[in-house]
Design a protein around this ligand. Structure first.
Ligand SMILES: [Zn+2]
Length: 451
């Protein structure tokens, strides 16, 4: 017992700490006190110090691999109800048509608390079961704006997934919806800016659905709240054409001139940006988040991630709602740039940097606590994998084991915010079977309403 708080000791796992002094510790011992890791060492040493104290729970990991939980730097929980849904009429031929006929049409019909709650809960459950312990979500539900982020917060907290939420401000549904979406960000940032489990950012959809006046107004609001932005950047060519038609050199220049490129903000995709724009993002301290599978699925092109990293942009990795799995996203990030450039020498360094270093930097800065690393004082967010390395595991080669050896099905245990939420492959925070059954009923009503 330490200050009346129970301690959890994880013994006997093979830990890869990540972080600046990355170490592999076999037969490790980890001490978790509330939401924080307070001890890292060998099992024997940790047990000798804490093993016989009162209020200590010891869990034996049986030689399994322990790494920091995966961090997903761009997610859309609301996309869960699109699974298996068909789009009426002929297949969309452009990215803009995909947006208009699928995503925008979907988000205007998300109208009730139960629709928001269950779509978010499904995404949260799937994230946790694939080993993700925290997400940065980008939300849109123009059928229910006010209070929507509270519903998502409840879903995240019920499931036990850490996150940061924002609402995608847009002019696409008129001034009333625009004003309400700005107000929802402001309200939620005021409420959750310092919440240790569910934080807040200021969401913007994408430059081409936002008027200059709206962007200026959002920049003023964000400055007053000391908040940073989360927005799609030049995902498709339509975004670039729009910015040029408005008299700007490109999307990045437009956002810069209107005050949106605040340090710590997240620019998602950046598929169609040139070298000066990359330099501008680096200069402003804006992070880019790469979502390779989503880019392929929408056929929008491949961003110059290699060039961005070389120019000093902090490029993180996300999934854009295409999948909850960061392991899957990393596997594709690893091969897409080789394929695109016909150059087998790229991909490794960039993917390791995005998945381990840059995501950790983004989340640590946003949550105000070390994340994506196992060390004293870091967040107690861990994933334990049923993986016993058949080849040497070193501080430098974890990515090789992840890409070529570890499957999502290997996720054995997940601890997020110090809480064990997946135990022996089973989600223990909520009853998954009954949640899925209820979600199916809600999704069925939602689909019917739209047909
Ligand atoms: Zn997105």
């Amino acid at each position: 017992m330490k200050g009346g708080i129970e301690l959890l000791i994880l013994k006997g796992g093979t830990v890869v700490t990540l972080g600046e002094d990355c170490r592999v510790i076999e037969d490790s011992g980890l001490v978790i006190d509330g939401e924080t890791i307070t001890g890292v060492g060998k099992s024997n040493d940790i047990l000798a110090e804490y093993g016989n104290k009162e209020g200590v729970t010891v869990k034996d990991l049986g030689g399994r691999l322990v790494i920091p939980g995966f961090l997903n730097a761009h997610m859309h929980l609301y996309s869960s109800f699109a699974r298996g849904m068909s789009i009426a009429g002929p297949s969309p031929k452009t990215f803009k048509e995909i947006l208009e006929r699928l995503w925008w049409s979907m988000d205007k019909d998300l109208m009730t608390e139960e629709e928001l709650y269950y779509s978010a809960l499904i995404g949260a459950i799937d994230s946790l079961k694939s080993g993700t312990t925290a997400i940065l979500d980008h939300h849109a539900s123009f059928g229910m704006i006010e209070g929507s982020l509270d519903v998502l917060e409840k879903a995240l907290k019920d499931a036990g997934l850490k996150g940061s939420l924002c609402f995608e401000v847009s002019d696409r549904w008129g001034p009333k919806a625009r004003d309400a979406s700005i107000e929802e960000n402001v309200r939620f940032i005021r409420k959750n800016a310092n919440d240790p489990f569910v934080r807040a950012m200021f969401g913007l959809h994408a430059s081409f659905t936002l008027e200059d006046e709206t962007l200026k107004r959002c920049a003023e609001e964000a400055e007053g709240l000391n908040a940073s932005f989360h927005f799609h950047l030049a995902e498709g060519l339509a975004d670039v054409t729009d910015a040029r038609e408005r008299g700007y050199k490109g999307v990045t220049d437009r956002l810069y001139e209107l005050g949106v490129l605040i340090p710590g903000s997240l620019a998602i995709h950046g598929v169609h940006i040139d070298e000066p724009e990359i330099e501008l993002l680096a200069k402003c301290g804006v992070n880019v988040v790469h979502n390779p599978e989503s880019n392929m699925n929408n056929a929008v092109g491949v961003p110059n991630v290699v060039g961005m990293i070389a120019k000093g942009v902090n490029v993180g990795l996300g999934t854009d709602g295409y999948t909850p799995s960061m392991l899957e996203s990393a596997k594709v990030a690893y091969i897409i740039h080789k394929h695109e450039r016909r150059d087998p020498t790229v991909g490794w360094t960039e993917t390791a940097k995005m998945l381990f270093e840059s995501n950790a930097a983004i989340f640590s800065a946003h949550f105000g606590k070390p994340m994506g690393v196992i060390k004293e004082g870091a967040a107690a967010d861990l994933v334990v994998l049923d993986y016993y390395p058949p080849t040497p595991l070193t501080p430098q080669n974890l990515l090789g084991h992840l890409i070529f050896g570890i499957r999502d099905s290997a996720v054995n245990t997940v601890i997020a915010g110090g809480r064990e939420v997946v135990k022996d492959h089973v989600l223990v925070s909520v009853d998954e079977e009954s949640v899925m059954a209820e979600a199916k009923k809600v999704a069925e009503r939602y689909w019917k309403k739209r047909s």
